[in-house]
Design a protein around this ligand. Structure first.
Ligand SMILES: O=C(O)c1ccccc1N[C@@H]1O[C@H](COP(=O)(O)O)[C@@H](O)[C@H]1O
Length: 230
């Protein structure tokens, strides 16, 4: 089972060349956002499955979705050939339980969305959902669009640090991360892993190889530095 230690995920793959470039750059997980409530998909489900089939074993694909029904989640994971799902919707405990029962082979990452000052609510959710998930991911809420991911916005890292400290499951940090701030973010939050979407893109909205490689190098350096901290 995954421990998500030193995970470096990048979400929003457009095609096979982009996916292979990111694997070569040292990205450990690739996020495929599909069935979204807010954003447009980067590629179709059929295209995503074809890209996933080409990935080397060192790169783990992750379905990122707002789906909230266990049956639909399991069906889509099986079509895509992924073993990890990242849930950004408001899934109920009943559906999470059903997901675990129906697909025990799937690892589940559940989002904790920081909306200003809602840390008490997030701590309660983390404690309540911990037995049903393998990891949590903190991300930023965008008040303007209602998006809970791919916002390009950072949140208050003190809240993520609090959750990393008190969560019984590993915490992954996302939201506005890029090569310029990922090192500082890791040192402040001490997450198991990090995740970026828009922060490693160029002005054309495609993944920029230089930014991807810099993101990986900065994240790895920070994870090494963390090991030396008390
Ligand atoms: O990546 C997406 O398109 C996405 C869509 C809907 C929910 C979550 C999504 N992805 C997560 O958002 C983070 C952060 O994005 P950014 O770096 O702030 O642009 C991304 O890494 C995904 O895990």
């Amino acid at each position: 089972m995954q421990d998500f230690k030193n995970m470096i995920q990048i979400a929003g793959v457009r095609d096979a060349a982009e996916a292979l470039m990111m694997g070569d750059a040292g990205v450990t997980h690739l996020g495929f956002p599909l069935r979204l409530a807010v954003h447009r998909e980067d590629l179709s489900e059929r295209e995503a499955a074809a890209v996933i089939a080409l990935l080397k074993p060192s790169v783990e694909p992750v379905l990122i979705t707002y789906l909230q029904k266990a049956d639909s989640i399991v069906r889509l994971c099986r079509i895509l050939g992924v073993r990890i799902v990242q849930l950004h919707g408001n899934i109920s405990i009943t559906e999470l339980l059903r997901l675990r029962q129906n697909a025990p082979e799937l690892a589940v990452i559940k989002s904790l969305i920081v909306r200003g000052n809602n840390q008490k609510e997030l701590i309660a959710t983390a404690s309540c959902d911990a037995r049903l998930v393998d990891a949590f991911i903190t991300d930023t809420w965008d008040q303007q669009t209602g998006a809970c991911g791919a916002t390009g916005k950072v949140h208050d890292w003190k809240i993520s640090r609090l959750l990393a400290d008190c969560s019984p499951k590993p915490l992954i940090l996302a939201g506005g991360l890029g090569p310029e701030n990922v090192r500082q973010a890791i040192l402040e939050v001490r997450p198991a892993g990090v995740d970026s979407h828009t922060g490693v893109e160029g002005p054309d909205g495609r993944k920029d190889e230089g930014r991807v490689r810099a993101f990986v190098a900065e994240a790895r350096a920070a994870f090494r530095e963390l090991k030396r901290l008390p």
